[in-house]
Design a protein around this ligand. Sequence first.
Ligand code: ARG
Length: 434
Amino acid sequence: MSQPIWSKGQASVDALVQGYLAGEDVILDRELLPFDIKASQAHVKGLARIGIVSDDEATAIVAALRDIGEDFSAGKLTLDAPFEDGHSALEEWLTQRLGDVGRKVHTGRSRNDQVQVAMRLLLKHRIDQAIALVHECALAALDMAKSHQSTPLPGYTHLQRAVPTTIGAWMAGFAEAWADDLALMSDVKRFVDCNPLGTAAGHGVNLPIDRQFTTSELGFDRMQVSPQYAQNSRGTFEVQVLMALLQPLQSVRRLAWDLSLFTTAEFAFVKLPDVLTTGSSIMPNKRNPDLIELLRASPAVVQGAIGELWSIMSLPSGYHRDLQATKPPTMRGLQAAIASLSQVPTLLRSLWFDHKRIDEAMEGSMLATDKATELAADGVPFRQAYQQVGNALHELDELESEQLSKRVEASIEARNSPGGAGKLMLDEIARRIG
Ligand code: ARG
């Protein structure tokens, strides 16, 4: 490219400065380009509707944009320095193909609304992908809950043995959390589902741009009316999407932590298949749960990205080149969230439980709470029942293992408070997952 698109013939920007300005942008814009192309096609069709380009010109530009997209995916076009960004490259490539007609594409728009609309489409696409993945996570957890509905598992508080629970109850907790997260993510999708195209540099333009047309052409729910708001929402919308993705990742982190403990030799409740573990470069005896450890780290990446975004947005109204710096944390956060979520369904379905180890971890005194509650149900004031059972814990701890298993089973079955281990209400959770 000879000159930047904004050149009026004066000396061009210092090459080192130019490289710095383009920075990661030319690389990250490779992911934005397909969305930029889609939005540019809508923009040009909109220009034809108000007579700024002829129908033939619009048809030629739309077709050339499509060809550019194909050539770009086939590796025939490279987005790199010396382009300033993907938007400049697109205009340059169009002009190379169509001459002056290509130079008409930018009428009535700025790179400021151009980057916003492309990013908005990308955000919608990514949140859709994340919704589909969280749906799969929820279904996998639900299936595990169903198939291990009344299989005992020690229940902990403070990481100390507390009461008998079930694998079903443990899994149901994740299934319901992800079901709620799905609703949250859909709400956030609706929140960001508005069209900034046609707001130009943040102050509108002196053309009756058909913004309603581009809004429906691009499949947006509504128009983002105020041009200033359109600019000011750069970064804040990205944050909302990343926060919506952080929510299901928090459950992933908890699951990863649980598994990290349950797969130790000390607990040994769960085994991961060899295909999901790695070896050590020095210790021939090791199999390591690297996958669950990286899953545990993934919310940190998203959280870091959110923090970085908030810091960048300490700005006055309108466009500032600082806003370009919102792109790397956004892309990084989205990528980390989606990559991690896509690992979870297979992980869940591959868990293998060592029931012998689980039984060995069950202590008789874990029946104490249910026993005290039982006495209370028979009329003994609860505090009295608590003390009575608490003073005779040794009786529970001395139960023979067969006797203990039976008592654990009965205890679980009797835990009939809605949602409790004996009444998981998996149908209700399934209904919420949809
Ligand atoms: N690459 C730029 C960004 O991401 C595009 C907008 C540039 N606009 C400008 N007025 N220099 O922000």
